[in-house]
Design a protein around this ligand. Sequence first.
Ligand code: SF4
Length: 327
Amino acid sequence: MDKLIEVRGLKTYFYTEDGIVRAVDGVDYVIEREKTLGIVGESGCGKSVTALTIMGLVEIPPGKIEAGEILFHRGDQVIDLAKLKPKGREMRAIRGNEIAMIFQEPMTSLNPVYTIGNQIMEAIILHQQRKKKEAKTKAIEMLRAVGISLPEQRVNEYPHQLSGGMRQRAMIAMAMSCNPSLLIADEPTTALDVTIQAQVLELMNALRVEFHASIQFITHDLGVIAGMADDVVVMYLGRIVEASSVREIFHNGKHPYTRGLMNSIPSLAATKRRLEPIEGVVPDPFDVPPGCGFEPRCPQAMEICRTKMPELKDVAAGHATACWLYE
Ligand code: SF4
């Protein structure tokens, strides 16, 4: 296995006036070089906080990396990102350069008062020490690579002059402009129309291959993962409840939460099948159940589930789940 990122026992907590939120509570996963890992779960499951922790973007305080390692394999070097100072020189050199991130809503990352070109050029000048003219040529090249027509003209336009899909493409161009080894995409297509969504997913796949990058793809939609990821981890209440290859999870998903997510994916083939939403809501993060976090919503809950937390255990080669049904 050619590892790029190894997350080991990661815990990111938030210390608030109302109590402690264990947003990420002991998470382990590996992202292989030139592969895509999908992280799936509902809002509040910790998938975005995991990404922000890798990027050194968790606000400290109230946030704190309580435990764990984020091992970044760079050639022969292994750097523990969890040990770096978020605003320190080393982390700033990695963030946006070797590890880049795109978000659901490009307008939260694009500055409305600067042209698209200037914003792409800024990263290239900062991280790659290129001259302004060279950076502009590279910005145009990147806009072309992400399928934006008339890139020589678009490079001088402002974010509000582009459509939602174009802005997301511009964000991807900015993120990929320094040729990162890891692109973290946090719900990058959720705000887009379905047809544009498919184009952006296809584009990301193509760029991953072209730039020899890996992707950590975060989504609440297991359906999106199917065509996008090699491996998948399903998160619930800050923990991983299931992890396997995408193929295995779709054919042999074990955890009742994973199966609930699958039953809520619309299918064109099965037009008569009723969609079955997962009943109930994610528990209050200040009042997490003592046993399995999914127990209040689980149709198969047993007595032990109320009091004891199941550990993530292998159920097959490369397939693990945290559920008492498989103990
Ligand atoms: Fe359901 Fe129990 Fe499994 Fe949790 S451990 S998912 S409550 S069966």
